[in-house]
Design a protein around this ligand. Structure first.
Ligand code: ARG
Ligand code: GLU
Length: 716
């Protein structure tokens, strides 16, 4: 009896994780799963307003921006707002020391000044659909996993072929719940997207990596783009004749402001969460993988930061790379702390024993040993995972090594008895293109130091059976990696543009030796080749097996908790999350307020600290209190926190009020809650939103880009 009460209590405690605010939900099911809870929180619209195929719902205004961000359309002329860090690569690529848009910002004061961005596109979802029964047609329970995958692949192909032929759009089929459900997504893709405006980094990246992932926050993290279409308003590649896209729906912007407890909703493309993993996977991530990756990135960042602070050109070259390395590096650290604080492993283990006991007691044999099998799979993966992490995070972080790996095909082609001149020409042309991008943002002293640091790490930590002999040989010959690096970096074609050009511009097959005998090339190829059979293949087999086990475990969790509504893990498909404006308590006795203001910017102001150097013009606006209609109680709101469940990819997502008006742009999460990708905590998990009033204040008062304000639909 006592035992039963205890286990009931634990189940109740466990399902407490999924309190209302947790979840990233497929908008097509909003009516079924979410609307009631949303209305209870104050939402005033219907499910049809959120998602419908009649071209009039909010979804029309939400775009998948570039490769992994979200943006939203905020004018009838196709104006898009997203984060500064989402536009960062593009802003950087238009920047030089003479025209430093990263440093000074960029504003197109007329349409003709808007800058095209080759390679950048946005996608608008046309529709989504549950296609589980079509995808699983012909799949049986007895089927071998390989055959199941083949059937699924073929069925999906058929579905895609049909929709693409019928709509002329691009489509994908995505697995939900590890393949317990399949959804179809149809997109219209726009390839002419131009840069319209970006504040200086001292606003758009204010606080830099010091404040990244933290609250209180004062970053004006936004940039503006515009979608262009052809004369018929259809997607088209870049052309000077294209015209601003006329969307079927754009968002209204609300200046009404927010207060504690107000309903909020985030509509966007969250990238990846793993909420349903067993404890042993959490342990592998947090005790093995992430500590290694964090340490390796600390070394790389130290090297980069030292060089970047010495030289403005290097700072521009490494700005985007550095930010992206630092971003995950800092998140992993917050995630580790959060999981410890949540007692995540113990909680999951407790759940697993409840689950397994239930399966055994109820004759659910397919679920009875699934956790044990997952544990065994993780145990078998541990050493291989370590090896893999050191390949991706150490070896491949040597820039010239990654670059060198691209020359493998050229060497193979050249070694042929009768080299194919056309194929070689195609390959060298391709490599020339890669090289242009590579050398533009390459600084040899950074790479040389990274080479030494990463080889030392690789050598010290990778199990001997996964280490090619060349590493020990070179280390012995040069008495460590420093001397080797000096020699290599003085002349390698992979780190010297002149030598590279000399080779590639007069390339002949017999010169392949210059590549083949280059130590950088030799090291990276030796590791990659050895890894193919000894690491990659067995690891892939284990991952395939794990996927199958997770599918079973997922199904089991759903049967075990029939009363719980599950949301599928994020997988870069369109989702809604909802919650309310609220602060939180990061540590005992400290309560964070939900709103930050321009006062905080001035409190952080320090011309001697790069991340906190407030631009003179902003100081001036602060001094004269020239806030216009964006003033609230004598100040300007900058950012706010709310309890929406978000993750990477939600950057740039619209944050909407109860009426579906835009109140802000999502750009981050609070440090204490970054474990929400693995386990959500309603007390600690908060998303950080740029208050739209600060963005408009910057556009209007700081940049004077009045024409942009005029095209927006602002409600007051
Ligand atoms: N943490 C935010 C996100 O995950 C912002 C990243 C960009 N900013 C930076 N300082 N690195 O994308
Ligand atoms: N900054 C993140 C992004 O680029 C969003 C923050 C998060 O991970 O929640 O998507």
């Amino acid at each position: 009896m006592k035992k039963l009460t205890l286990s009931l209590l634990l189940i109740v405690a466990f399902s407490g994780w999924s309190r209302a605010d947790e979840g990233m939900w497929l908008p097509i099911f909003a009516e079924k799963y979410n609307l009631k809870a949303m209305k209870d929180k104050g939402f005033k619209l219907t499910a049809e307003d959120i998602y419908s195929e009649n071209q009039n719902s909010l979804k029309e205004a939400v775009v998948l921006f570039g490769r992994g961000c979200t943006g939203e359309i905020i004018s009838k002329e196709g104006l898009v707002i997203t984060n500064h860090h989402c536009g960062f690569d593009n802003i950087q690529s238009h920047s030089s020391v003479e025209h430093d848009y990263l440093k000074n910002g960029f504003w197109a004061y007329k349409l003709g000044d808007e800058l095209p961005n080759p390679g950048l596109s946005v996608k608008i979802l046309v529709k989504m659909e549950d296609v589980t029964s079509q995808v699983l047609k012909g799949v049986t329970a007895q089927m071998a996993e390989k055959d199941r995958q083949t059937t699924i692949k073929n069925n999906s192909k058929d579905i895609l072929k049909k929709v693409e032929a019928a709509t002329g759009c691009k489509a994908t089929v995505e697995a939900m719940f590890y393949g317990n459900q399949y959804m179809l997504f149809v997109y219209e893709e726009y390839k002419d997207v131009r840069l319209v405006g970006a504040p200086p980094s001292a606003i758009g990246k204010f606080g830099g990596d010091t404040d990244n992932w933290m609250w209180p926050r004062h970053t004006g993290d936004f940039s503006l783009f515009r979608i262009y279409a052809d004369k018929n308003n259809k997607p088209a590649s870049y052309s000077p004749n294209n015209v601003p896209f006329k969307p079927s729906r754009s968002l209204k912007i609300s200046l009404k402001g927010i207060k504690e407890g107000d309903f909020t909703m985030v509509y966007g493309y969250p990238g990846r969460t793993q909420e349903y993993l067993p404890a042993s996977s959490i342990k592998l991530i947090t005790e093995v993988s992430n500590p290694n990756k964090i340490r390796l990135r600390t070394k790389r960042l130290d090297i980069q930061n030292a060089e970047m602070s010495k030289n403005q050109a290097v700072r521009i070259q490494y700005a985007a790379k550095n930010a992206s390395i630092a971003n995950a590096w800092k998140k992993w650290q917050g995630e580790l702390k959060g999981l410890v604080r949540l007692n995540a492993v113990a909680k999951k283990q407790q759940f697993e024993s409840e689950f397994t006991a239930w399966a055994k007691a109820n004759g659910k044999t397919q679920f009875a040993d699934v956790v044990a099998l997952l544990d065994a799979n993780n145990a078998a993966s541990t050493t291989l995972t370590i090896a893999k992490d050191f390949q991706t995070e150490a070896l491949w972080s040597i820039e010239s090594a990654r670059f060198a790996a691209a020359f493998d095909s050229l060497v193979i082609l050249s070694k042929d008895k009768q080299p194919n001149a056309d194929a070689i020409k195609r390959q060298t042309d391709k490599l020339k293109k890669i090289a242009d991008g590579f050398f533009k943002d390459y600084y040899r002293p950074i790479d040389q130091q990274t080479f030494v640091a990463m080889l030392e790490e690789f050598d010290a930590n990778v199990p001997t059976s996964f280490k090619p002999a060349i590493i020990a040989n070179l280390k012995a010959k040069y008495k460590g990696f420093d001397k080797l690096a000096e020699k290599v970096y003085a002349k390698s074609i992979f780190s010297n543009q002149d030598q590279f050009n000399e080779l590639i511009n007069s390339y002949a097959p017999k010169r392949y030796k210059v590549i083949d005998e280059d130590p950088i090339f030799q090291i990276v190829m030796a590791v990659n080749n050895l890894y193919k059979e000894t690491v990659d293949k067995p690891l892939q087999d284990l991952r395939n097996e794990q996927n199958l086990l997770l599918r079973t475990y997922m199904q089991g969790q759903m049967e075990f908790q029939p009363q719980k509504v599950f949301y599928p893990d994020a997988n870069s498909t369109l989702r809604i999350a909802y919650g309310k404006v609220e602060g939180y308590m990061p540590v005992d006795a400290v309560k964070y307020h939900y709103q930050s203001t321009i006062e905080g910017i001035m409190q952080k102001d320090n011309p001697n600290i790069y991340d906190y150097d407030v631009p003179a013009k902003l100081r001036e606006l602060y001094k004269t209190k020239d806030y216009g209609r964006y003033a609230v109680n004598g100040t300007v709101p900058v950012a706010f926190t709310a309890s929406n469940h978000t993750t990477g990819g939600n950057s740039g997502s619209p944050v909407l009020d109860a009426e579906g008006n835009l109140i802000g742009v999502n750009f981050d999460r609070c440090w204490e809650g970054t474990m929400s990708d693995l386990m959500y905590d309603p007390d600690q998990c908060r998303n950080i939103t740029l208050d739209i009033r600060y963005a408009l204040f910057i556009i209007d008062k700081y940049a004077g880009a009045k024409r942009l304000i005029d095209e927006m639909d602002i409600v007051q």
